[in-house]
Design a binder for this molecule. Structure first.
Ligand code: IMP
Length: 443
């Protein structure tokens, strides 16, 4: 039975929430496997109500779905509490449908403080360039995880040892904040202990061994979706380091972040936006710093769902998406926001790069920042289509030939077929291929 990874193939904000929500209709489980409340997955319900999920998987608005926050996620209990309330107020049951890994790490107030302090320090440094993080404490929480100082949900059970660990961590972080970052905003260990004891009681009904739960579900042949947050080019190993997030949104992260074995994965779907965006700093070869970029931002409402920051916009970079498809073993593409391109007279697709130093043509992406700084994109140009050309279309065969030419070029350049083409934010505004649905037992 299908165990499908759905992941972002660019720099995030591709519209993963909508795609996962669409596929969740036939899924038994939807699992978040990495990241934290830095994500912002937007879902529009049929009655036009729109919600942004940061931690809860995007299957929560389908009552048939069990939602799992896996061990690879870093959980901010304040954000989780707010989100559970939001979903309940929207009229959906959360208890008995949401499960959280006992091995997931917790984001602490000092992680958020350190994230902001580190960014401020980088911004005022010699090259003045911060990463442009979301400020949600993600990097510092993963730092603690990998230096084996992190506090996991399971640690909340043993209050005496929790207190000891927290005292140690807070002393260390306060020292860092005071001495290295010259901050006078320090953490109060007793306050943190009081707050997290309350969270422990609130979260208790949701906590379980989710790896065990998911392996059992795999054994029972359940239909499982693994929902990536951020995206492949923000991956700590495969992204444009150091301008990346601190986890593995790529396919491997889906296994380590959930406990589902690699041999159980049956499919990988890449969510690709019909153009490109990036929020935060770092290389972006096809960025448009002109009126076209501004039009895409305005029409695509390209402002961060988590931070509200304006996103940088540009043309679709097929060299980059070819690379992320390769490292993720992508079998099909969910193309999103095609409607945002409607009304453009010309649409460009980057298919190769040219190395400016010697004119050499490159057809492979590189994560070497110096090499990326020395290339220029080579575009293929496509005729655009009118502002209303996509209105009311629900079958690919009915798309105007000019649109089809752009879509076929994406398939050819990336090397994977389009299974879903999203033409708007609503659940029904998509073209979905029969075999794409059949692969997830939705047909
Ligand atoms: P962090 O994940 O908050 O540490 O941020 C690291 C980088 O990832 C920054 O460039 C952020 O803008 C970017 N980032 C993190 N989460 C998202 C997301 O959900 N969408 C797009 N970019 C993100």
């Amino acid at each position: 039975m299908p165990v499908t990874i759905v992941l972002g193939s660019q720099w995030g904000d591709e519209g993963k929430g909508k795609v996962v929500d669409a596929l969740a209709e036939g899924a038994d489980y939807v699992v978040r496997y990495q990241g934290g409340a830095n994500a912002g997955h937007t879902i529009r319900l049929p009655d036009e109500r729109q919600y942004v999920l940061h931690l809860i998987p995007s299957g929560i608005f389908h009552s048939n779905c069990i939602c799992v926050i896996g061990n690879g996620v870093v959980i901010d209990p304040v954000a989780l509490r707010t989100e559970i309330q939001m979903v309940e107020e929207a009229g959906f049951t959360v208890k008995g449908r949401l499960f959280i890994s006992h091995n997931a790490h917790l984001i602490m107030p000092y992680h958020r403080q350190l994230d902001k302090a580190s960014e401020a320090r980088l911004a005022s440094g010699t090259n003045g360039q911060s990463v442009g993080t979301t400020g949600r404490g993600i990097g510092p929480a993963y730092e603690d995880k990998f230096s084996r100082k992190g506090i996991r949900i399971v640690d909340l059970l043993d209050r005496a040892s929790l207190r000891e660990k927290l005292r140690h961590n807070v002393a260390e972080k306060n020292e860092l904040l005071k001495k290295f970052y010259a901050s006078d905003e320090l953490c109060d260990v007793d306050q943190i202990i009081r707050d997290y004891e309350v969270f422990d009681e609130e979260m208790d009904p949701y906590i379980t061994d989710t790896a065990l739960m998911l392996c059992k579900a795999v054994g029972e042949g359940k239909n499982i979706l693994l929902e990536g947050a951020q995206a492949a080019l923000l991956d700590i190993d495969f992204g444009t380091y150091p301008f990346v997030t601190s986890s593995n949104p790529t396919a491997g992260g889906a296994c380590t972040g959930s406990g589902i074995p690699p041999t159980a994965i049956t499919d990988v779907v890449a969510v690709v936006k019909a153009y490109a965006t990036r929020v935060g700093n770092g290389p972006f070869p096809t960025e448009l710093l002109d009126e076209t970029g501004e039009r895409l931002r305005a029409r695509g409402r390209e402002y961060g769902a988590t931070t509200g920051r304006p996103r940088r916009c540009g043309w679709l970079d097929a060299v980059a998406v070819r690379y992320t498809s390769m490292i993720n073993g992508v079998r099909s593409i969910a193309l999103t926001k095609l409607d945002v391109l409607s009304g453009e007279s010309e649409i460009k697709l980057c298919t190769k790069y040219e190395r400016t130093s010697d004119g050499k043509i490159l057809d492979h992406f590189t994560t070497d920042l110096r090499a990326l700084a020395g290339i220029r994109p080579i575009y293929e140009s496509y005729e655009g289509w009118s502002a209303d050309a996509l209105d009311g279309i629900s079958r690919r065969a009915d798309l105007p030939p000019v649109v089809e030419r752009y879509l076929s070029a994406i398939e050819k350049e990336v090397g994977a077929p389009l299974g879903l083409i999203s033409l708007g934010a609503g659940r029904n505004e998509s073209i979905v291929e029969e075999d794409f649905l059949a692969a997830r037992s939705l047909a």
